[in-house]
Write a protein that binds this ligand. Structure first.
Ligand code: MD3
Ligand code: FE
Length: 203
């Protein structure tokens, strides 16, 4: 099913479910080479979600700022390549949402333990903001906050569950968004965790 959640945003419920095992295997392989780590914001706060990346470019933050870079600061090596099943999934989802030339070069992978959250923010480090963001959620469900173009705008709550894929683009691309603290629970495949990975055109 295609569910419209914004002017140019859709949720594809369960779109990733058929590939869940392959996706989790790929994430395990990526994390073996580029481990999940909790990064520090420019303001000096440690993020509660742990992150890694795959693709040509990866998103990082430290005291110097937020940016995309080709090398993992933890290992000094390039980020693992974007698996073909990742890229195929992202291109298919973007196309269903009406974005037909999506060629992501970056995939940020977020891992949430119980209590981890992501405060309201905008994603604007990507060079091409005319391209959408595609996100895939696995593991425990979480409440996604979808706000407006200004931080103080009222936000809607959307429950994102295992297998859900969301495409955000066009006028919705710069909307504030975040994730409420993950409630206690357990997922049969991923345990006490939620994993979200997002595809972007960063470079
Ligand atoms: C709407 N991740 O990695 S995915 C992020 O579930 C991020 O881990 C959240 O926000 C997560 O930056 C939410 C949904 C998402 C991602 C990017 C967006 C929604 C977006 C960019 C623009 C508008
Ligand atoms: Fe974001």
């Amino acid at each position: 099913s295609i569910e419209k959640i914004g002017e140019q945003s859709v949720v594809l419920r369960q779109f990733a479910s058929a590939m869940q095992h392959d996706l989790i295997t790929a994430i395990d392989q990526i994390a073996a080479r580029a481990p999940f780590r909790q990064m520090v914001t420019p303001g000096g706060y440690r993020m509660s979600a742990a992150m890694t990346n795959c693709g040509t470019l990866g998103w990082v933050t430290d005291r110097q700022g937020y940016r995309y870079q080709a090398f993992d600061p933890l290992t000094g090596k390039p980020w693992p390549a974007m698996p073909v099943i990742f890229k195929t999934l992202a291109i298919q989802a973007a196309s269903l949402a009406g974005f037909n030339d999506f060629q992501p070069d970056a995939c940020l992978i977020n891992e949430y333990a119980i209590g981890a959250k992501m405060s309201l923010h905008q994603d604007k480090n990507e060079k091409d903001l005319s391209q959408p963001v595609v996100s895939v959620s696995l593991g425990m469900a979480a409440t996604f906050l979808f706000g407006g173009l200004q931080r103080q705008d009222k936000s809607q709550k959307i429950l994102l569950q295992h297998g859900d894929v969301v495409v955000w683009g066009g006028v919705d691309r710069l909307r504030y968004h975040g994730i409420l603290a993950l409630k206690a629970g357990c997922h049969p495949l991923l345990g006490e965790r939620r994993i979200n990975f997002t595809f972007r055109c960063a470079g």
